[in-house]
Design a protein around this ligand. Structure first.
Ligand SMILES: [Zn+2]
Length: 168
């Protein structure tokens, strides 16, 4: 476990390591805190300009669940990381990544129409959470508790077949 951060798409399970969040370059000069990948000449992106690499990542994963996460979180989610994640710069070179195909082609109208309704609802709930979820903690802060799980199960699982029924 290190102090590394990754740009991760949880829909495609593709990851770009951004390095550590640092304050100084190799000569010890200070500059605003940033990830190692954005330090000019950084080995994290093979000395390449990181902008096209990150830009390609964002283009390929537009509309997807993208997060900047540190090491322990993906390790909690997946027991066998290497078999489910594609590591940009490892499984595919940065040059091939930047020059590879973009599929599907960007189409804002089609992307908007095919955006999953459940995802749109989740984003709506997130944006409205401070007003729509009651406080569940004594000090007035909002927290996700077993009561929230019960409420979500009533709301979303009551009408749908359970996973065990689907498996039969
Ligand atoms: Zn993706």
């Amino acid at each position: 476990m290190g102090d590394y951060y990754h740009l991760t798409c949880y829909d495609c399970r593709e990851e770009l390591c951004l390095g550590k969040a640092v304050l100084r370059d190799e000569e010890g000069r200070s500059f605003p805190r940033q990830f190692e990948a954005f330090i000019p000449g950084s080995h994290w992106v093979g000395g390449e300009d990181p902008a096209p690499i990150v830009g390609r990542f964002l283009l390929l994963h537009r509309g997807h669940e993208i997060r900047v996460m540190t090491d322990p979180f993906p390790e909690l989610l997946y027991s066998d990381l290497d078999s489910v994640f594609r590591y940009v710069g490892d499984e595919i070179s940065f040059k091939d990544y930047v020059n590879g195909p973009v599929e599907p082609e960007p189409d804002t109208e089609a992307e908007w129409q095919s955006f999953p309704t459940a995802e749109a609802e989740r984003l709506w709930r997130k944006l409205h959470a401070p007003w729509s979820l009651e406080s569940t903690l004594e000090d007035g802060r909002r927290g996700f508790t077993a009561r929230d799980v019960e409420r979500l199960e009533r709301q979303y699982l009551a009408a749908a077949p359970s996973p065990t029924k689907l498996a039969k």
